[in-house]
Structure formats: structure tokens, C-alpha cells
Design a protein around this ligand. Sequence first.
Ligand code: PLP
Length: 408
Amino acid sequence: MIRANENYQKLKASYLFSDIARRVNLFQKDNPDARVIRLGIGDVTRALPPAIIKAFHKGVDEMAHDATFRGYGPEQGYAFLREKIAAHDYQARGANISAEEIFVSDGAKCDTGNFQELFANDIRIAIPDPVYPVYLDTNVMAGRTGDFEDGRYKKIVYMDCVKENNFLPRLPEEPVDLIYLCFPNNPTGTCATKTDLAAWVDYAKKNKALILFDAAYEAFIRDDSLPGTIYEIDGAREVAVEFRSFSKTAGFTGTRCGFTVVPKTCQVFLENGGAISLHDLWNRRQSTKFNGVSYPVQKAAEAVYSPEGQAQVKKLTAGYLDNADIICKTVEALGFDYAGGKNSPYIWVDGQGKDSWEFFDLLLHKAAVVCTPGGGFGRCGNPYIRISAFNSRDNVTEAMERFKGALK
Ligand code: PLP
């Protein structure tokens, strides 16, 4: 008899974005003339920049001739891309990361979701609340979280990110083995300073723990005093893995490319007291289960690091940051407290006591604007909504005009 992985039964019944889609479809059916503006799901809207498209096309053309055709590539990614990443994203910032420590992938969702399978089933895991749901759900699927009761999984150590702590997770009071961090944060839009991250690195070293650091939104950081990578922190090479993505950096949400940094100095411990290389473990996992990212896509990603590519992606993220600024100014003028929106494409708006779905429905029905209810990211997200800056300037400006009418 084929039996199910019963852990899947512990997942919360509905996925946030399908719930949103259902409500929007219902609204659109009842209001066929309304032009709905979507500031909900964090997907980019602007085209791939020209330098990237040119390299992408060239990569496709190479596949059309026997002499330049490529079959299976290295599971870890082509050296031409790994070397550019190591040089530009790490060594240029003084972070000691080599090309062999970079694993190119089809995006940060898969890597942040898959990484947990390297660890024992009874480790203690600390996860922020609110959170990007992938960290939590993949651990539920693996059977590490226990049952879901009163809005929480019993075996997870939740780190509440609330106004009182500036939405920054505090060090857990009990020892944990695996820690998920994400900065700039989805959904709250907050950033951690070097001092904040240094405290985590210190904690991880003391507890022989590992930090999984998701830096998918690093490209939005404009404040040079903020860390662009966790490897700017002394000692992070021993205790941290970093996930990055070209999705928001360069408009690759549909093209798919990202990478994970696993330093050769990170160790994972065995029951018999021994230790093995985390890099070797991830390499083994990837070469068994993953067959690399397509050659044209890696050529397109490489072009992000050319001088033209760098200028064009900077302009792309600057456009979204300008949108974020417009959103921040509007919600502030309307008297709402918010976090994020600076060095981040997300604005986390306090609904002043309203349930987040109630706030979502109000904006949908009165302004025909879709946002994301904070409650979908965890219990602490409940009084908030997340507004995303990923849309055209015209749409963001119009959405904000509608906010003024709906929320005054
Ligand atoms: N990590 C965070 C925090 C995200 O918000 C997202 C996407 O929204 C991802 C990872 C996934 O990125 P990718 O498109 O590279 O899979």
C-alpha cells in the first residue's frame, strides 16, 4: 500500500497566495470594471535589462552549433559565473569567499527549502515570526516541527519580530542548532546592522549552531554601513551559509538563477563526536539531486557583473526603491506606522489594531489594491500588511492616490 508522508498533513491548509487569489477573483467577478493593482506577491514587473538579454541570446545561439553546444554542465555551476560572483559579491567587499564555495542554482526558494535535509531530524530550529514561509514549511514536511497548535508548531523556537524589538529577532533563550535569518527582511523590510549579525555569529559559534542567512534582497541595500553579506562579519565563515538570488537583483523571477555560499570552513557534527564538512555534504546533495542551471541562463547571470549590467541592474532596483519611497511617504502622511521601505522593496504597515485580513479586504474593496496580509507570515504578522514596491511607477502612484481616498 502506498502511504503518504503524514507530515504534509501538518501543513497549514491553505497557502497564503492562493487565499489572496481567491479573494481577488471573487472581488473581480463582483466588480468587473475595477482595475485591480497588485502590490501583493513579491514578483518583479520590469523587463530583463539589455546587457543581460544580449548575453542570454548569445548563450542560446551557442546552443545552435555543434562546436559551441553544451550538454550537462557542472552541477555546481560554470566557473565563469562562480568566479564573477566570488570576485564581485564577496572579495570586492573584503569577504573571503572563493569560487569553489559558490553553488549556482535555479533560485533561492529551492536552496532555502532543500538545505534542511542535510541535518538530523531532532535538531532545534529557530525561525523568525513573521517569516518567508518556505523555511518553516520545508521543516514541517521533513517532520521536525511537531503539531500545529494555537498558530504555532510545538517544536519550533519562534523569534518574535515586533515593533518593540524593531522587528529584529532576539537571540533565543534556549540553545538552538539551526537559525534562519533574512536581511533585508521579507516581509518586514527591516535590515540588520553589522553589530546585530556579529551577535548571531557569536551565538552560533558558542552553541555549535549554523546560521542560514537569506540575502535574496541584498541588491536593495543602499546604506553602505549595512552588511551586504554575512561574511563581512568575523567568524561567519565557520557558522553561516548564505543564499542569494538574481530574481529581485536583476529581474530573474521567471528566468531562474541564484546561488548558495557554503564556506569550506563550516562543519556539521556527528553523533559520535566527529565533524564533517558542510561544503562536502551540500556538494554531495547537489550532485545527486540537481543537474545544474541551463547554460544560457548562467550566461545571462554572468552579464549582471559586466559594467553595463551593473549599471542597468542598479537602475532597475533604484526604480523599485523610488516606488518604496512613494509608498512610505503616503502611508506616513495617512498616519500609519510602518517599517521597511528603505534598503528594501517591502513596506510593513501597522493596521492599527485591525486584523490583517480585515485590512487586506478593506484595501481590496475600497481601493482595488492587493497587498499581503501580515498574518500569512506568522502570528506576529497579524496586525500588519506587507506592501510590495514591485510594480510600475504609474501603478504605484495610482494605488497611493486610491489609498488616500480609502484610508483618510
Ligand atoms: N528568499 C526570500 C526571502 C524571498 O522573498 C524569495 C522570493 O520571494 C526567495 C527567497 C526566493 O527567491 P527565488 O526567486 O530565487 O527562488
